[in-house]
Design a binder for this molecule. Structure first.
Ligand code: PLP
Length: 392
């Protein structure tokens, strides 16, 4: 065993089931292990390395900022944070942004804002936040409570109260909850990531948005994984013609540096006031400089290529031997397979292709700018491994 693996096993809390692989350096969608083997990466550190490893423009932006100011606290103004907020608002039509460091924190801010919005207008009784069964919203005690999977609701109680769960796709159930009058917000992922790359039906998303408007509840979208170009739109809600009141994002935002953002529409832009929320690291200048480099390059041309690559993967895998179905949007794809996904991911690693799993599916989250040649090679390898591992 390498030193790194031995030290990790001895000194790092055992919360992760890691692949037996130590990664040392990468460029674009290629990454090398400590043993010197090269891999095509279709996981991007769970949708984080938006333009792959050590993308030139991103590295230059981050390095330039690193030589100026690495951190200043939010007691002072810093330029990259202001520039990023303007860019996010101009590209989405949202009005204000709060910066944090992770998806869970971005969701925490979304939940706090939704509660305060409802308290300000309707009183303390209107505080329930409804999420969907199968959702994933984070690992803090509150965002675990928000996560609509029973498996996450053990060991760490008491959990934060005031969450209820609705069945995705069931507008009648959503309306029954809203009609009670205590629902402050619905909070959804348009494609449930950890929950198995399950895309919500467009009619459901549009219908839920209309119901939230009718019953004075906020429509909040967790775009931690689906955001920042991943699904073929800058934010996935843009596929559905809906206007969220709050959007949270993180993962791919800063292209590999820790950053979360909560975006507020007109309806919620002024809910949080001085002293009501904060973060020491939030909006860190280096992360913000990296994020500016990423967000400024997610334009219609890039998004078109995301759709083309998505279509290429789908057409290659749909109907292939060992594939039951392909789900997801853009470059956030799930593959339901005949053979167990975990076994397939391990075999693919042996064959030089890194993929993730989500529930019982293979999960593909390649870099948005993955080279077409590499993508073709990776899809061909996936087809071969699936065919080999599937009994005739
Ligand atoms: C990953 C994820 C989170 C949690 O993000 P962290 O940065 O790990 O806190 C929340 N929501 C969704 C949809 C996610 O995919």
């Amino acid at each position: 065993m390498s030193d790194t693996k031995a030290l990790d096993r001895e000194y790092i809390a055992g919360t992760y089931g890691r692949f037996d692989l130590e990664l040392t350096e990468g460029k674009g969608s290629l990454v090398r292990s400590a043993e010197g083997k090269e891999y095509i990466d279709l996981g991007t550190g769970i949708a984080v390395n938006t333009f792959g490893f050590c993308d030139d423009a991103w590295t230059a932006a981050v390095t330039e900022q690193l030589g100026k100011i690495q951190h200043a606290s939010n007691l002072y103004y810093t330029e990259p944070q202001a520039r990023l907020a303007k860019m996010l608002c101009e590209k989405t039509g949202m009005k204000k942004v709060f910066f944090s460091n992770s998806g869970a924190e971005a969701n925490e801010c979304m939940i706090k804002t939704a509660r305060k919005w409802a308290h300000d207008r309707f009183g303390e009784e209107k505080s329930t936040v409804v999420t969907l069964r199968g959702s994933f919203h984070g690992r803090t005690v509150t965002t675990l409570a928000a996560t609509g999977q029973d498996a996450f609701h053990t060991n760490f109680g008491p959990f934060t109260g005031g969450f209820e769960y609705a069945e995705p796709g069931d507008l009648g159930a959503a309306e029954a909850l809203l009609a009670r009058g205590d629902v402050a917000a619905f909070m959804i992922e348009t494609v449930q990531g950890e929950g198995g790359v399950r895309a919500l039906d467009a009619e459901y998303v549009k219908g839920l948005f209309a119901l939230c408007r009718r019953y004075d509840a906020l429509f909040c979208v967790d775009e931690v994984q689906t955001g920042n170009g991943r699904t073929g739109k800058l934010y996935s809600y843009m596929h559905f013609g809906v206007q969220p009141d709050i959007v949270s994002t993180a993962k791919g935002l800063a292209g590999g540096l820790p950053m979360g953002a909560t975006l507020f529409a007109e309806s919620t832009a002024d809910v949080l006031t001085a002293g009501q929320h904060g973060s020491t690291f939030g909006g860190n200048p280096i992360a913000a400089a990296g994020a500016c480099s990423i967000i400024s390059r997610i334009d219609s041309e890039l998004l078109k290529s995301v759709e083309e690559k998505s279509a290429y993967i789908r057409s290659g895998l749909e109907g292939a031997k060992g594939v039951k179905s392909v789900s997801g949007l853009g470059l956030m794809l799930g593959i339901e397979t005949e053979a167990p996904a975990k076994t397939l991911a391990a075999k693919l690693m042996e064959r030089g292709v890194l993929v993730l799993t989500a529930k019982e599916k293979l999960r593909l989250l390649p870099a948005l700018n993955i080279d077409f040649g590499l993508l073709k090679k990776a899809v061909a390898t996936i087809k071969e491994v699936l065919a080999d591992e599937t009994p005739a």
